[in-house]
Design a protein around this ligand. Sequence first.
Ligand code: SF4
Length: 783
Amino acid sequence: MGETKHTGPIKLPKKPDPALWASKVPFGLGKIKPHHIRDTMKVVWENKDNLPYATRILTQGVCDGCALGVSGLYDQTLTGPHVCTTRLNVLRLNTMSAIEERVLNMDIEDLRKMSSTELRKLGRIPYPLIRKAGERKFSRISWNDALGKIADKMRELDPKRYAFYTTSRGITNEVYYTVGKVARFLGTNNIDNASRICHSPSKTALNRSIGVGASTCNYKDWIGTDVLIFWGSVAANNQPVSTKYMYAAKRKGTKIIIINPYHEPAMDNYWVPSIAESALFGTKIADDVYQVNIGGDIAFMHGIMKHWFEMEEMAHGSAIDHDFVSQHVNGLEELREKVTAYDWDQLVTSSGIQKHQMIELAELLAKSKSAVFVWSMGLTQHRFGTDNISQVANLALLRGFLGREHCGLMPIRGHSGVQGSGEMGADPFVLPGGGMGKGNRERVEKVWGFDIPEWQGDIVGVSLENALLPEEHERKLDLYYLSGGNFLETMPDPDFVKQCLENIDIRVHQDIIFNTSTFADAREAVIVLPAMTRYEQPGGGTSTSTERMVYFSPEIKGPRIEEARMEWEIYVDLARRVKPDQQHLIDFNTADEIRAEIAKAAPNYDGIQHLKNRGDVFQWGGAWLCEDGLCPTPDGNGNLITVELPELRKPEGHFYVTTRRGKQFNSMIYGEKDPFNDADRYDVLMNEADGAELGIKEGDAIVVYNQHGTFHGRAKFVAVKRGNIEAHWPEGNMLIPKGVYEEFAGIPEYNAAAIVEKAETYFAQKDTKYVEKRVEELEVDIS
Ligand code: SF4
C-alpha cells in the first residue's frame, strides 16, 4: 500500500503531432474501422423515448460498462470528456421500458427461439415470474410468494446444496457485500462471481507474488512510462477510452508493445473520436507486435528472463535491478536456476517467438527505466493462467518496475463489477478484507456477529457440475440463485451446461432482462425476479475501477420499472425469511448503512462511508501499491515464483484454438461484423499460409472440430500466428473442454487443439471413413 495520493487528471497537449498519424486521408476513409458518429446516432435513436433520462445517466452516473471507470463524463486520468460506444450501447438496458405482457405470456418454445440479442431488446422484466416443471408459460407471482418459495426450499436444504452467483455487469459493491454476507449468514460458502471466468488468476497470482490482488498503478502511469506492454489484451476494443490514454502516452514518447497471437488491428491504429487530430488522421498505437502462440506466453517470458540472466553473466547489473531485488524480493536464485535450465529451442517452440525477438524485447526492457504491464483474458483464460500472471510479476520484480511512478502491474478489467465483487467477499475464497483463513474469518465474524462456515465453497463451474451429482451426495446442487449471468453463453460446452441447469430443483434468475439461460427447464421451478439497475437504487451505489478508484453513482431521477427492487434489499429480505429468529444480524435498511459496514469489514475500503454525492470518489491503497518496494506480504517482500513450461496439447495436424471478442461487450453482442477487421461472428481467423496448406481459400466453408465439439464457419485470413486460429466467443465455445479448471484460481480452460478442414472435404471424408470402416469390418468377418 502507498502513502502517495493520486494527483488527478492531466491535460492533453494542444498541438498535433503528425508523426503519430495513422493515415493522411481524413477520417480513415476507405479503411476498415469503427464508425463512432454513426454508432452514436444509432444509440440516440434507440433511446429516443427516454432521452432526458439517458442524458442524466451519462452525465451523473458511473459507467456500468467496463471497469476503466468514469463518473458522469469525467475520469481521473485526463481532463476532457470520457465516453465510448460500449457505454452508449449498454445505455438502452437502463432506459427501456418493461417487456410487453404478450411476450411474457408466450409459449416457452417460442421464447427459446430468440437469441440473447433479441431477448435483450424485449425490455425489462416487470415483475416476479414463475414457471413450474411441465408448464409451458411463465406466470406472475407476488414478491411475497416468490421469496417465500425460495426461503422454504432453503430451509429444507443443507446449505451445501445451494449456491449463489453474481454477474459483474452493473452490480454495485453494496450488492456484492450484502450477498456475500447473506450467503455466509445462511450457512453457505457456495458463492462465486463472474471474475472466476476472467481475472481470478490475476488476483491469485498477484496475491502470491506481491501480497495484493489488484492493479498496483494508475492509467496515468501509462503516460510517460518508457514501455507500456499490452499482453493478451485488446484494450482498444474492450476498454475503448483506454486508447485516449494510449494517445497521451505516445505523445510523451512511451513505446507501446503488443503481445498477442493475432496482430489485432484495433491495437495497431485507432481513430480516437474525442481527440480532433486522432479522429481525423488516426493514431499509430503499436510500436512493436509479438505474435505469440496461444499458450506460449510462459515460454516467451522465460526467454526474456533467460536473456537477462545471460546479460548478467556478461555484466552485473546490466538487466536486473539488484538494489530493488536485494532489498525487496525473494527467490532470485531459484528463479535463475529454473529459467536458465530451459534451452532456447524449447522456448522458441513453445512460444512461437524467435530467439532474436525474445532478446530484442529483453534488451528493450533491460534498458528501460520504467514499464507498465497490462494484461487481460489472453493471459488469464488458460489452465495455467495463474502461472502466466506470476511470470509477468517476475518480470516486474526483477526490473524493479513496481511501487513507483510509471511502473506497475495492471490486470485491466472488462466489467464494472469485476474488481469489487471479489473485494466485497462474493467469492468462495474471499471475505471482505482478505481470505477465508482463520485470522480474517474471525475478524469478519466479529463485525458480522455470527459464525462463518469453515468448509470450502465451490467455484461456479463446480457448482454447476454439482447439479449432476447423485441425489444422496451432500453437495448435490438443488437451488441456484443467480444474479445476472448466462452460463449457456459464457461457460465451455453449452450442451453440458444446459443439462446442469435443468437438473436443479429451483433456479432463481434475478436480473433486469431475460437471457437464453432463463428459459432452461428446472426440476421444480424457475423463478425470475426483477432487479433495479444501479441508477435506480435509492441511496445510490459504488463500483471499483481497475485502478482501485471507488466511484459513487447516485440514484438518478427517471422512469421506474413496476416491481423491480434493489438487489441488496432482496437478499436481506430473503435472509430474514430463511432465518427469522436471527434477522437482527442482517438488518440493512439503507445503502449508507451498508457502506458504513464495508468500511469496517474491509479496511482498504475505509473511506467508502463518506461517498454520498455525485462525483464522490476515492482510491484505495493510494496511487501505488507496494510503494517503495514494500509489499503487503508477511515479510514485506515480493516473491519470484518459479513456473513450469506448460505442456501444450497440440497433436500433429491440429491448430491451437482460442476464442475472441468482436463487436460485443463481454457476452452481449452488438453487431454481426467486427468493425476492426470486418469478420463476422462465424468467421474463423486463420493465417493464409495455413489455409493454403489445407487447400482452403478465403471465405471457404470450413469445419473446426475436436473431441469436444464441431464448429461450422468460414475461413477469414488475417495476421494470426501460424498454427493458431481464433473463433468468436461465445459461438466457438463448443470447442472448449468442460471441467478443466486452472489449479489455483479455478478459471475454466478456454483453449483447445482442433482440426480444421474444408467443409466439403470434412463431409466427404466422413463418408469415406465410414465406408472404409465397414469394409474393414467385413474383411474381419470373412476371415
Ligand atoms: S471505456 Fe469503459 S468506463 Fe469508459 S465509457 Fe467506455 S465502457 Fe465506460
